[in-house]
Write a protein that binds this ligand. Structure first.
Ligand SMILES: Nc1nc2c(ncn2[C@@H]2O[C@H](COP(=O)(O)OP(=O)(O)O)[C@@H](O)[C@H]2O)c(=O)[nH]1
Ligand SMILES: [Mg+2]
Length: 302
């Protein structure tokens, strides 16, 4: 497995393990477009028994059918999940409501112990680029005051007071992704969750095109004004029977001819040409990825 975040893992885990003692619950932020690949399996062991709510961020960019499917899967595993927009705060109310009910017992015991008000205390955790800062910023803007904690209790941690009943630790837990298969790494690269320069641009664009052809036929052609190819896919849901996983696993690392042709067509249509007149495929790849990441291609999950 590639080490996308060398050296960060141990420190990240230590920090989360320390801060977890201060909170009643954890918001695990997951990119709704790459739901399973954007989770770190180590989080479970760091929670110390605290409940977590899964927040599916970038819900506004994700395919609602796929999000609904993941919600079902997690619900079957007894996990609470809420789709959110970390920038606008959409869905946050529901997530807070869930966290309050999941922590009722813990907070009651805390109250009985020291007879002080027991607001819900939450830590935000997630992989890079998933929306942690956006969520914290959103909460800060709505917060009447930033409160430094009582000295001696948590030694100068900053809390964002949402209301009298909820506070967020101002420091989100950054947990790098771990144990990625090649396919998962491509998915994370496509949504922009891996550091630039640490993945192959052309192969990432190629994988994305394969995925789009299979599950979102016609989307690329419509966006760039191309003739719709007749070798397009089923238009089924990406979670259907793991068919994509299967196909990709059997594929070589290089771009497939159909994806190469499509990328070339995008570049030609846009007039991205190199000095000698050949199509600038890298530029086409960058534009494609940007359009996917910003939702210009529509609500798409991988
Ligand atoms: N459309 C959309 N963009 C988001 C959402 N959450 C985060 N972003 C964008 O994703 C990028 C990374 O977000 P950031 O909060 O910095 O992620 P962090 O690395 O986890 O702190 C920024 O450009 C945000 O504006 C969301 O729910 N919807
Ligand atoms: Mg951040």
């Amino acid at each position: 497995m590639a080490h996308w975040f060398p050296g960060h893992m141990a420190r990240a885990k230590r920090e989360i393990a320390e801060n977890i003692k201060l909170v009643d619950a954890v918001f695990e932020l997951i990119d709704a477009r790459v739901a399973e690949s954007s989770r770190n399996p180590d989080l479970e062991s760091l929670l110390g028994g605290r409940p977590r709510v899964l927040l599916l961020t970038k819900n506004d960019l994700a395919d609602p059918r796929v999000t609904a499917r993941w919600m079902e899967v997690w619900s079957g595993q007894g996990l609470s999940a809420v789709p959110v927009n970390a920038v606008t705060g959409d869905g946050l109310r529901a997530a807070l409501h869930l966290a309050r009910s999941l922590t009722e017992e813990r907070r009651r015991r805390r109250f009985q112990r020291n007879l002080l008000p027991t607001p819900l205390r939450v830590m935000v955790v997630g992989i890079p680029n998933v929306g942690k800062s956006s969520l914290i910023n959103y909460l800060s803007r709505r917060s009447p005051a930033r409160v430094a904690d009582r000295p001696g209790v948590t030694r100068g941690k900053q809390w964002i007071k949402v209301d009298r009943e909820a506070q967020f630790l101002d420091l989100p837990g950054l947990l790098p992704p771990r144990g990625l298969s090649a396919v998962e790494a491509y998915r994370l690269a496509a949504v922009g969750a891996l550091p630039e320069g640490h993945f192959d641009l052309m192969n990432t664009a190629g994988r994305l095109l394969l995925h789009l052809r299979q599950f979102y036929p016609g989307v690329v052609e419509r966006r760039y004004g191309l003739t719709v190819a007749d070798d397009t896919g089923s238009g089924g849901t990406p979670t259907d029977g793991g068919s994509l996983q299967q196909e990709v696993r059997n594929e070589p690392e290089e771009m497939r001819p159909a994806d190469w042709r499509l990328l070339t067509a995008i570049g030609a249509k846009r007039g991205f040409l190199l000095a000698g007149g050949a199509v600038d495929l890298e530029k086409a790849a960058r534009v494609l990825l940007k359009d996917f990441r910003t939702g210009v291609l529509g609500r798409i999950s991988t």
